[in-house]
Design a protein around this ligand. Structure first.
Ligand code: GRF
Length: 226
């Protein structure tokens, strides 16, 4: 008899710290609206708080402490081996604070997503909330993109926008944006898991079989999974 349960996409999530995006993804999976199986959560930092939450929900966790590797290439090779033991269809970077080698990134071409706290291509890199405040911008946001060897430069699929308000501090602005990130990332993962988004041979993002020239604004989506 055929299995009545549709196949779930195997996923490995990489974190370095707090893990609130991971938490949001796990919560969404638990509602039954995100057809993925998180096979493992891997952290490069032993103290990453997100590891505890993953363990508490029964997800296998692993630590690969980057400080114990001689160089980036060795670490990335070990990380790749650890990930591939779980045979994921998708690798999710959720606050994974490492620059990745081109070999590593190319191995997961078209099947690795990242969430970045800015409206890319604006403000790639670190300290985005502070830099947005200093710039005087009136709008901030987050982007989910396919990962390419160009750090924070891969094709963007989805964005969420938030206003910058007078009196905002870095912390207030970050918290406002994080709430949106927690709805944005499950949506992007759902789109990947259901085959709606991909990367074509030329490295362009595709949505529903058509080239995506402009990122989709989450505000235009009515049926968020979570
Ligand atoms: C988020 O702001 C995400 O956009 C960025 O790193 C932060 C991770 O936060 N890539 P958390 O660990 O998911 O709470």
């Amino acid at each position: 008899m055929a299995d009545p349960t549709p196949a779930k996409l195997p996923v490995v999530v990489l974190i370095s710290g707090r893990g609130s995006n991971l938490h949001a993804i796990i919560d969404c999976v638990n509602t039954g609206k995100l057809p993925i199986e998180i096979r493992a959560v891997i952290s490069n930092r032993p103290a990453a708080a997100g590891l505890r939450h993953a363990s508490a929900t029964g997800i296998p966790t692993e630590i690969l402490d980057h400080t114990t590797y001689t160089d980036r290439a060795h670490f990335d090779r070990a990380l790749q081996a650890a990930i591939d033991r779980h045979a994921p269809g998708l690798v999710v970077l959720a606050g994974f604070m490492r620059i990745l080698t081109a070999d590593f990134v190319n191995h997961y071409r078209g099947r690795m997503l990242n969430i970045h706290p800015s409206l890319l291509p604006e403000f790639p890199g670190l300290d985005t909330h502070r830099r947005v405040l200093e710039s005087g911008a009136t709008e901030h946001g987050a982007s989910v993109h396919f990962v390419t060897p160009d750090t924070d430069g891969g094709p963007v699929i989805l964005q969420a926008h938030v206003p910058v308000k007078s009196g905002d501090t870095e912390e207030i602005l970050a918290a406002r944006l994080l709430q949106e990130e927690h709805r944005l990332y499950p949506l992007a993962i759902l789109w990947f898991a259901t085959g709606r988004i991909s990367v074509d041979d030329t490295g362009q993002a595709m949505l529903d079989g058509a080239r995506l020239t402009t990122p989709v604004d989450m505000a235009d989506i009515n049926d968020l999974p979570c």
